[in-house]
Design a binder for this molecule. Sequence first.
Ligand SMILES: NC(=O)c1ccc[n+]([C@@H]2O[C@H](COP(=O)([O-])OP(=O)(O)OC[C@H]3O[C@@H](n4cnc5c(N)ncnc54)[C@H](O)[C@@H]3O)[C@@H](O)[C@H]2O)c1
Length: 255
Amino acid sequence: MRLKDKVSIITGAGSGMGRVAALRFAAEGSRVIVADSQGEAAEETVRQIRAAGGESYAARVDVSVEADAKAMVDVAMRRYGQVDVLYNNAGIMPEADHSVVDTPVEAWDQVMAVNVRGVYLGCKYAIPHMIERHCGSIINVSSFVAILGCSVPQDAYTASKGAVLALTRSLAVQFAPRGIRTNAILPGPVETPLLMDWLLKDEAAKKLRLARNPTGRFGKADEIVNLAVYLASDESAWTNGASMVIDGGISVNYF
Ligand SMILES: NC(=O)c1ccc[n+]([C@@H]2O[C@H](COP(=O)([O-])OP(=O)(O)OC[C@H]3O[C@@H](n4cnc5c(N)ncnc54)[C@H](O)[C@@H]3O)[C@@H](O)[C@H]2O)c1
């Protein structure tokens, strides 16, 4: 098992890639704190992990709220005594997020609070425990839109994922000397509720997004989580500060 004896906190693990990651991490031997703002969804992930014989605990957490982020790390310490992996996966992409010229300030602030402040707060409380044991892996979920311009804009989301990328690099150089690796995953469009809930409602938007995609399909959650398992495991002991794109080749496609 690739994550034997590890303790992982995965945010946004009540749905999509976070849930797939939680199940996979547990199957690889990690004890998993399933953190999500939707308490029932988190409980369901934990039920599935336990049914498969894994060890897990659900925490209802809004990652943008400091007290929740602290409680999330505290519960991991109380139950399992250590934090080896912080997988900052929770993220939102609200429908009101368009171009800067028509995105309401409230939508902008909401995206920044969850997607950026949430990563900051998780790190703020997990890193001191990782430093104590001189060991840790932080996995930040950015997006391919952080490195590409998009003519169908979601500017708050794009800016937030750029911030996650910049923060990843800063943490990588600050904390590697203290045993902590920090890396970012940049997924392309993946079939999860986040994307499909609105894309499936809009055939034209779906077609537009597939047109520039050399593989002709969206990604699957597993195809992203495979990389997360590597980053969480000791196999990636010298992988630090990396921005790892998995997008089926969209970002290298000129025409
Ligand atoms: N699906 C894609 O195409 C895609 C592409 C690139 C990047 N991403 C990123 O991958 C990550 C996971 O996306 P997904 O597609 O699996 O999403 P999803 O919507 O299926 O799941 C996200 C989970 O995060 C939880 N969440 C939302 N706000 C929260 C908060 N404030 N505190 C705690 N939990 C919260 C939700 O309840 C949900 O369970 C996100 O960061 C997203 O931006 C997704």
